[in-house]
Design a protein around this ligand. Sequence first.
Ligand code: R8Q
Ligand code: ZN
Length: 263
Amino acid sequence: TACSSKYVLSQMHPMWQGPLAVPGGDRQSPIDIVVRKSVLDTELKPLLTKYDPQTCQQIWNNGYSFLVEYDDTTDKSTLKGGPLQDKFRLCQFHFHWGESNAWGSEHTLDRRLFPAELHLVHWNSDKYSLFEEAVMEENGLAVIGVFLKVGKRHEGLQKLVDALPAIRHKDSVVEFTRFDPACLLPTNTNDYWTYHGSLTTPPLTESVSWIVMKQHIEVSHDQLAVFRSLLFTSAEEEVQKSMVNNFRVQQPLCGRTVRSSFS
Ligand SMILES: CCCSc1c(F)c(F)c(S(=O)(=O)NC)c(F)c1F
Ligand SMILES: [Zn+2]
């Protein structure tokens, strides 16, 4: 199986220009979370987020998703608690979504797909001094995953949605300030699943403590449609490609245990 082979090949993906071998490859993400097989861990603590909206700097299209980037030169926006032993600094958040509301998330719950998934990416500032260092280390990153469902309009998201037309093309960037990412978290942040995995885009390094929230957030159909108006391609390219289906296929669990903070 893919777990036993020394290398696991990510699927051929237009954005990735061919297979990418990942040494080891037995802790890849995303995965299907089989709810009834997750194991309650009473040691798991509530998540402690402390986000300063003043550290929000810019929003840009990296040709794979759009990223909202934060100043991570100080410990002003941090994540602690949960399954984590150390303090982690917020460096950016981004989303993955589909061309239709029927799919788009990276993780699934009992094979259930959601139309999109938010990732808040943090790196271990107790142990490392830069994101680039932490991304290569086993305990380097912590990513909070939040499922999105289509329903009522998300008022806090609208400021971000309104900025997207300015970054339609790959490599476009605009200033984006005073955005509090806490507004994108579900009301219940005590209930989550956690497991050890990887980035879901290159370099696919197995450096992520994943924290997948049980409660989803709701966004409107129109808000999600603006995500789909983004382009993978830069302004110069003659053929423009819609930025949709920017999710990785699910990876083998390879014997890992998914722990839950709730029963
Ligand atoms: C060198 C990475 C630049 S930051 C980044 C990113 F842009 C991204 F898309 C993902 S992801 O794997 O797609 N989602 C968890 C990450 F984890 C990241 F850290
Ligand atoms: Zn992601």
